[in-house]
Write a protein that binds this ligand. Structure first.
Ligand code: TSB
Ligand code: ZN
Length: 590
């Protein structure tokens, strides 16, 4: 998907289309008052005060029809420059425009307006020359949006739309939107009972249902095993800490907006933790360390709470309560490069297992101007950023740089993964930190018996189980590979009267081997049960009839295929266990 905001022609076209939308709305709702109508990555929106009206789908159809009419009228779009005084007079009936004009820079003595037919709007431009240039547009959706994003203000109606230069581009985009809808993990999560939300629990606080919990447990086991082999030690620590803990770490000064407010219990002040680093620093500090002990790798599947704006919260992808696949690695300065490489190696290994091929490394740097977000120590930052660049050079990976994306304590290497549809998501991260070990006064004894400060690498391979699962659901459309699927095998007797006994035998055999198996012994037609097994996206469906019973075999179909294979039952168990244990992302066609 092309970024419309960054494409000059499309930007102008979409901006003009926002005006076309406003003109059409004005025709249909003469009382309408307009706030702002910016171009965004995927088109444009306009925030409009429609009095007490709340838009419906049908209203959007009507508005779009009126837009077509306005476009066809082929009105010239022309610019006029007027003084601030005249602008205040011209828009005197529109409090939103008055607000905009009054807040304009004192130096902005001239204000530009654009007119098309009977409609004039305040705007910097530029625009296309005539309304007829807008042919291939579509209104996409509508929502409520508080004026200036503040819940204390009036709720306005926000209408989203998009405009392209050709019909083909528009259709491609609409197809992609449809595909996104079909793959949306919130839709699939509901259908397959993976997770739910409830207003009594709160927004951004998903509840993992039994099916989702199975998937998550498999992911946890998978990464735990890898980390064990790489010398990680896992811990359990509380998901709260006192404010003093976060004052010591610096989160209080630099990360407070992302944190939940303080809870007072007796004389102590607690916060829900947004990160686990401070707890792990204390775990490190529990003992004296020699250079011989390092690297020390402290891992945890740790629950964190972050304040995310209500509009940003999305299914499992962006939550307020998340579980990180976190670890903090305590190393000597000489070990930074090697340990960093091991982390990148682990990321690539995991991506290979999950068939993730489309990803980019992003070197996230601080914005030196932003003194609030970042700990202020130029020397430390230069040292950390230089070191990270050096490591990346040695690693030979290509990356792009992003200013203002670093953590407050140090630069990061983030991995942005491109899903099958929709924008990139940040999954893995590995971060270099010279600050927190200092803040917590951490040390180790070096070769010469001197006290030294270790360096910390913060890393999360999946990122969070929440976001990674959202990604997996969308990639697989809910058809998980066998090792992850909540139900791995569905056993269907052809006829309950004759084949139930044998089906039970096969079912028990699979269960005893640790396979997640179900037996469908309902009095329904075979074809119905098979169809349902497909819709539930069970990876393997066994169909057991006379032939299978007599010969001690099973016949099976894989999800999404109408080929049937037959194999002796013990052989089937062996093949299946092999597939599960190898954690194959795609099943072989057999
Ligand atoms: C890696 N202290 C480090 C840790 O040691 C840390 O917290 N880093 S982080 O802030 O970048 O978060 C780690 C990962 O969590 C991110 O890469 C991202 O994949 C995931 N994540 C961040 N915010 C959310 C959220 N609101 N919902 C779901 N996942 C999130
Ligand atoms: Zn951390």
């Amino acid at each position: 998907m092309i970024n419309i905001k960054e494409n000059e022609n499309l930007n102008i076209l979409n901006h003009s289309c926002a005006h076309l939308l406003a003109q059409a709305v004005k025709h249909l709702y003469p009382e309408a008052k307009f706030w702002v109508g910016p171009v965004i990555e995927e088109g444009f929106y306009y925030d409009i005060d429609l009095g007490d009206n709340t838009l419906t789908e049908e209203d959007l159809v009507k508005i779009e029809k009126e837009m077509k009419k306005c476009a066809k009228a082929d009105k010239r779009i022309y610019k006029e420059e007027i003084s601030k005084e005249d602008a205040l007079e011209k828009f005197k009936d529109d409090p939103y425009k008055i607000d905009l004009i009054s807040r304009m820079d004192e130096n902005d003595t001239v204000i530009s307006c654009y007119t098309q037919g009977d409609f004039t709007d305040l705007c910097r431009g530029p625009h296309v020359e005539t309304t007829k240039k807008m042919k291939y547009f579509k209104l996409i959706k509508h929502s409520g949006a508080y004026w200036k994003g503040d819940a204390k203000n009036k709720m306005l109606q926000r209408i989203y739309g998009v405009c392209f230069e050709t019909e083909e581009d528009l259709n491609d985009y609409l197809n992609e939107l449809e595909e996104r809808k079909q793959r949306d993990h919130r839709k699939i999560g509901k259908e397959q009972e993976l997770f739910m939300n409830h207003e009594l629990v709160g927004s951004g606080m998903p509840l993992w249902l039994p099916n989702g919990a199975i998937v998550r447990k498999q992911l946890e086991n998978y990464i735990y095993e890898k980390e064990q082999k790489l010398g990680y030690n896992h811990v359990y620590t509380p998901c709260v800490g006192t404010t003093n803990l976060y004052k010591t770490s610096g989160h209080w000064d630099h990360y407070k907006e992302n944190m939940f407010p303080v809870m007072k219990v007796d004389e102590e002040e607690f916060v829900l933790r947004p990160m686990n680093c401070p707890h792990h620093m204390l775990v490190y500090k529990n003992k004296l360390h020699s250079y011989r002990d390092l690297p020390i790798r402290i891992g945890e599947f740790a629950t964190d709470f972050r304040y995310e704006a209500s509009g940003a919260v999305k299914g499992l992808e962006r939550v307020r309560c998340m579980c990180q696949n976190d670890a903090h690695l305590f190393v000597t300065p000489e070990q930074i490069g090697e340990e960093f490489k091991k982390v990148v190696g682990l990321i690539l290994d995991v991506y290979k297992d999950f068939g993730i091929k489309d990803y980019k490394f992003r070197l996230s740097l601080r914005d030196p101007e932003d003194k609030e977000k970042y700990f202020d120590d130029d020397e430390m930052w230069n040292k950390a950023e230089d070191k990270l660049r050096e490591v990346l050079k040695e690693l030979g990976v290509s990356y792009f740089e992003a200013t203002g994306e670093a953590a407050f304590y140090g630069p990061k290497l983030d991995v942005e993964v491109k899903p099958a549809v929709g924008p990139e998501v940040t999954l893995s991260t590995c971060q270099l930190d010279f600050l927190l070990p200092r803040k917590f006064d951490l040390s180790y004894i070096d070769k010469n018996g001197e006290k030294k400060v270790p360096v910390v690498l913060h890393r999360a391979i999946f990122g969070t189980f929440d976001r990674f699962t959202a990604f997996l659901i969308e990639e697989t459309k809910g058809a998980f590979p066998t090792w992850l699927a909540p139900v791995q095998v569905n056993v269907i007797p052809v006829n309950n009267n004759y084949h139930l006994e044998y089906s039970k035998e096969v079912y028990s055999m699979l269960r005893e081997n640790g396979v997640r198996v179900e037996l469908d012994d309902r009095e329904e037609k075979l074809s119905y049960k098979m169809r349902e097994s497909q819709t539930k996206k069970v990876p393997i469906t066994l169909i057991l009839g006379d032939k299978e019973k007599d010969q001690g075999m099973v016949s099976y179909r894989r999800h999404g295929s109408d080929k049937t294979y037959s194999v002796e039952k013990n052989m089937f168990v062996e093949l299946l266990l092999n597939e599960i244990n190898n954690k194959r992302i795609k099943a072989q066609e057999n």
